[in-house]
Design a protein around this ligand. Structure first.
Ligand SMILES: [Zn+2]
Length: 251
């Protein structure tokens, strides 16, 4: 065994046992244990970690810990530090796509509302989520830290908030989503693109009263439902405007 000293920063502390939070503590590690193994053994999923310093130097997850090592572990998306880097471009280059676990159906719908391709099915097994994430380069969203410890999941996000709207705000803040949002682009049920249709095409597919009052209609080619800017839509629009800020107003 070797003994190393650990210190976790910012929100990573939430994953630790209470007496270990926000302070340095020493911990016995198996000889040749990797930094990743020890960090996860202490309760922190590797997907949440951005930077590991051992004795002041940046190391990778596979770094083998030695007697007396001082290990500092920093979270991903440490907003204050990386915001200036993210902001050098008008829009992020990467296409952000998600797969949400079975408990995050409400969040999945709100992300679709904001235009983010999000797979969700409440029958997905953990192994299925893992393979979707690696095959399709999707970010895993979950409140299950064990899922994020799976080896092949490289991009994941532990969702802290409990209610869908708060979860959506959390994701927008952490992943800097506002500038990539394209609200009302996807069907909330099917995750498929919405298509604008002429009023004629909506006849027989929307109530007569709605056809009299509205002129703009969209449809989903998967479920064939027709949508219009009714009161539900306006409520959703208000939510989108509040999470995206000026980003949607400018478009
Ligand atoms: Zn649909």
């Amino acid at each position: 065994m070797v003994t190393a000293t650990f210190r976790f920063y910012e929100e990573l502390n939430d994953f630790l046992a209470r007496p270990l939070r926000r302070q340095s503590f020493s911990c016995k590690c198996a000889r040749a244990a990797s930094a990743k193994h020890m960090i996860e053994a202490l309760g922190v999923p590797h997907t949440e970690v951005e930077l590991i310093l051992v004795n002041g130097e940046s190391v990778g997850f596979e770094h083998q810990l030695q007697e007396g090592d001082r290990v500092a572990v920093y979270p991903k998306f440490e907003a204050l530090d990386i915001q200036p880097l993210l902001r050098v471009r008008e829009r992020p280059l990467r296409v952000v796509r998600f797969v949400a676990d079975a408990h995050l159906g409400g969040l999945a719908q709100l992300l679709r509302l904001a235009g983010f391709d999000t797979l969700y099915d409440n029958h997905y097994a953990d192994s299925h989520i893992e393979s979707i994430a690696s095959d399709e380069d999707r970010i895993v969203l979950t409140r299950d830290r064990e899922l994020l410890k799976r080896r092949s999941i490289t991009h994941g996000c532990y969702v802290r908030a409990l209610k869908p709207e708060a979860q959506l705000r959390e994701m927008f803040d952490r992943l800097d989503l506002a500038r990539s949002a394209q609200p009302f682009r996807l069907c909330l049920t099917c995750n498929a693109p919405l298509r604008r249709i002429a009023k004629d095409e909506a006849i027989g597919r929307a109530p007569d009263g709605v056809l009299e009052r509205h002129s703009q209609f969209v449809t989903c080619d998967v479920c064939r439902r027709v949508f219009w800017e009714g009161s539900h839509w306006r409520r959703m629009r208000a939510l989108m405007d509040s999470v995206t800020g000026a980003a949607t107003l400018a478009r």
